[in-house]
Write a protein that binds this ligand. Structure first.
Ligand SMILES: [Zn+2]
Ligand SMILES: [Zn+2]
Length: 267
């Protein structure tokens, strides 16, 4: 049985390890993309053939990290790796990694400079890599917790956690649910003992940060008009919904936000 301090250290180690893999894979993909110098079909083919195997290797590294951490957290040991071979998107992974090129051609066709088009394609590429590594994390978590009798919660990755994820982190999920993510999400999963309390109390600093993020994300609500106080968490849940994304599965979103359809893949 892990002490609370040991659990916290392992949560941080899990986040740091996944973030390290992301830095390496993203850095490589970015260098290959920029290094192409020209982005004709043959160049894009070369990019895809170099980068997709690296993303797969990164997914395997993330899955191993997740399985190791969850095996320690549950006390049940590693469950073995989820099948990453076919990729975790419903769309073909190789096709997905052509999207930076599609983005770039579209921007150039609209008269943007090469520099601006390249910058936009790099944003698209960063989102692809981060989302693919996070898919490995959440699919592995579901496999690693397959026989776990408790629930789980979302663990936040420090400074980069957004308001959606802070809100979601206050909830207890059932283990059968795949953790809903969004492009750029790097949250982790922590198993919760069976029979634990449903509501989780946020500390004052987290609550204050959440108020600021919700105000920024929703265009500034009258704080006094909404009960975002501690307690049931009911009001947080009313702000956040889970959508089914055409390519990557359950995705967190604001209740009033227009949803990215399968025809308009952001990730
Ligand atoms: Zn988030
Ligand atoms: Zn997140």
């Amino acid at each position: 049985m892990l002490s609370q301090a040991q659990r916290e250290a392992l949560v941080r180690a899990d986040l740091a390890a996944r973030s390290g893999v992301l830095d390496v894979v993203h850095g490589y993909a970015r260098a290959v993309w920029v290094g192409l110098g020209s982005w004709r079909d043959a160049d894009v083919d070369r990019f895809v053939s170099q980068v997709v195997p690296t993303v797969r290797a990164g997914q395997a590294a993330v899955a191993r990290t997740t399985d190791t951490w969850l095996g320690l957290a549950t006390g049940d040991g590693p469950a073995g790796l989820v099948d990453l071979h076919r990729g975790l998107r419903t769309a073909d992974t190789a096709e997905a990694y052509r999207r930076p090129a599609v983005q770039m051609r579209y921007d150039l066709s609209r008269g943007q400079t090469l520099q601006a088009a390249l910058a936009a394609s790099l944003v698209r590429l960063a989102s692809l890599v981060a989302t693919d590594l996070q898919l490995a994390n959440v699919h592995q978590a579901r496999r690693s917790l397959a026989s776990w009798q408790g629930g789980y919660r979302r663990t936040l990755s420090g400074a980069s956690a957004c308001a959606l994820c802070v809100i979601a982190s206050t909830q207890r999920y059932r283990r059968a649910e795949l953790m809903p993510i969004h492009p750029g999400c790097s949250c982790g999963v922590e198993p919760l003992r069976p029979g634990g309390p449903d509501g989780q109390v946020l500390d004052a600093a987290t609550l204050e940060r959440l108020h600021r993020q919700v105000e920024a994300a929703t265009g500034g609500h009258d704080r006094s008009g909404r009960d975002l106080g501690l307690g049931t968490g009911k009001d947080y849940r009313e702000l956040v919904v889970t959508h089914q994304h055409g390519d990557i599965g359950p995705v967190l979103g604001w209740r009033r936000q227009a949803f990215t359809s399968a025809a308009d893949l952001a990730a």
